[in-house]
Design a protein around this ligand. Structure first.
Ligand code: TRP
Length: 441
């Protein structure tokens, strides 16, 4: 499952835990993400971006509560944690570590142009304040942390709202800079904005959003759900007067939860002058039917936070199985290295178009025939033993190229019990196996 096969599409998205999930989050993010995660050939990574939440709120209880509610919502909505990588950003210490490596290749000018930061500056300037008044470095670094989220897992696609497209472009930019400097480590991600995904209107008809205070909580108790639905703004048309579906928040909400057939029937009812109260009752019943089985699961989960915590811990373990070795690779790439490991030759400092490992055969002054096995950068991996004839040396090389199994006795490499060479200082046998596999491929 964790083998990164090129035909598998990795999809990743983050959810910032800074509020209570509402119907708009469900129809616009949770429902499509869960449906997408069930497709074959897709590996889905969904995580709680709690480091990002710290930029928006300084209320610790709110971060914790929102993390609990959002996790419970995704689980109650049917997320299969066996199939997807579902984790909490702050459980993956490699993410802030990668954030720093990326910060060191991100242009400050690039970040100056980030919409959220620019909006804050513009507002300050308009108010004749210091341009950076009230701006913390978290807000400024937001796109770098988000790039680390995405690049860590080599995601191909990032489903996001339009407001996030610029962040994905910045992640591509940082990935390309890093790859240029240090070799091809990162996949360049693409934003995926799905026009068919519903954007729901809120109680006042504007987009349902926490910032407009017009939301309907996804798991409000039925009575509260009903009360809120009955408070949706409608026009003053009386019962019997035909109603407009176009621009009707009520109709759009109905459509987001109804089948095509139910939607057609409601359209006819609007034409026929259904009373608003009746339409609201139908909407309440439709949404409640969709939500109530999930609400039961949600309430059970909220009552058992340790179950949710366990899901997240297991998810973190799965995610770190990818992040920890990848971070080790990146640390090595930038030169944060174990000093006991031999210095690579100068030429290896700048990666070229990934050259293949190779065997070199030669004759030594002692009259015997040797081979060396070097990696793509020319670094010695194996010093071959001396053979009496070039044919013997050639046979040994051919056997290794064809995948002959070797075993290790300390640093001594053996094929069928005979010593054929020695591992170079600081080289691990697995590295030799990988290099042989790369050559065979
Ligand atoms: N910035 C995103 C939002 O506010 C949340 C997020 C954080 C995210 N990291 C991400 C989304 C990585 C996609 C990929 O909606």
């Amino acid at each position: 499952m964790s083998v990164h096969h090129p035909s598998v599409q990795r999809v990743l998205t983050g959810i910032t835990p800074s509020g209570t999930p509402h119907l708009g989050n469900y129809a616009g993010a949770i429902r499509p993400a869960i449906a997408a995660s069930r497709q074959s050939g897709v590996e889905s990574f969904y995580f709680l971006a709690d480091y990002h939440a710290l930029i928006k709120t300084t209320d610790p209880a709110r971060v914790q509560r929102s993390t609990l509610e959002i996790s419970a919502s995704w689980l109650a909505a049917g997320l299969d944690t066996e199939r997807v990588w579902f984790y909490r950003q702050s459980d993956i210490p490699e993410i802030p570590e990668l954030t720093w490596l990326l910060a060191c290749v991100a242009g400050k000018g690039l970040l100056n142009r980030a919409h959220a930061y620019k909006a804050a500056v513009d507002k300050n300037v308009a108010a004749a304040e210091d341009p950076d008044a009230g701006v913390n470095m978290g807000l400024f670094m937001y796109p770098v942390l988000m790039a680390a989220d995405i690049l860590m897992f080599k995601s191909h696609k990032v489903p996001v709202g339009r407001d996030q497209i610029q962040h994905i472009e910045m992640a591509r930019d940082m990935a390309a800079s890093f790859n240029h400097l240090y070799g091809e480590h990162f996949v360049l991600p693409e934003a995926e904005v799905d026009a068919s995904v519903a954007t729901l209107p809120g109680l006042d008809g504007r987009k349902m959003s926490k910032s407009y205070d017009n939301t309907i909580p996804l798991f409000a108790p039925a009575a509260e759900l009903k009360r809120l639905i009955f408070s949706i703004v409608t026009d003053s048309r009386a019962p019997g007067e035909p109603k407009e579906t176009e621009g009707s928040a009520l109709f759009q909400l109905y459509q987001a939860f109804a089948t095509a057939e139910e939607t057609r029937a409601m359209r006819t009812a609007f034409d026929d002058g259904i009373a608003w109260g009746e339409a609201k009752q139908a909407l309440f019943e439709r949404i409640d039917a969709a939500v109530s089985p999930m609400r039961e699961k949600y309430e059970a989960l909220i009552a058992e936070p340790h179950v949710i915590e366990r899901h997240l811990q297991e998810g973190a373990e799965k995610a770190r199985a990818i992040a920890t070795p990848f971070m080790a690779e990146l640390r090595h790439a930038v030169g944060l290295r174990n000093l006991a490991v031999a210095f690579a030759p100068k030429a290896a400092d700048k990666p070229k178009a990934a050259a293949l490992p190779q065997f070199k055969q030669y004759r030594e002054a002692d009259g015997r025939f040797y081979f060396k096995f070097v990696d793509g950068d020319g670094r010695l991996l194996v010093q071959g033993a001396g053979f009496d004839s070039p044919r013997d040396a050639g046979r040994c090389v051919a056997a290794l190229k064809q995948g002959a199994a070797f075993s290790m006795e300390g640093y001594d490499m053996q094929v069928d019990g005979a010593s054929i060479g020695t591992l170079a200082a600081g080289v691990h046998a697995d590295e030799v196996r990988r290099a042989l596999a790369a050559l065979a491929a």
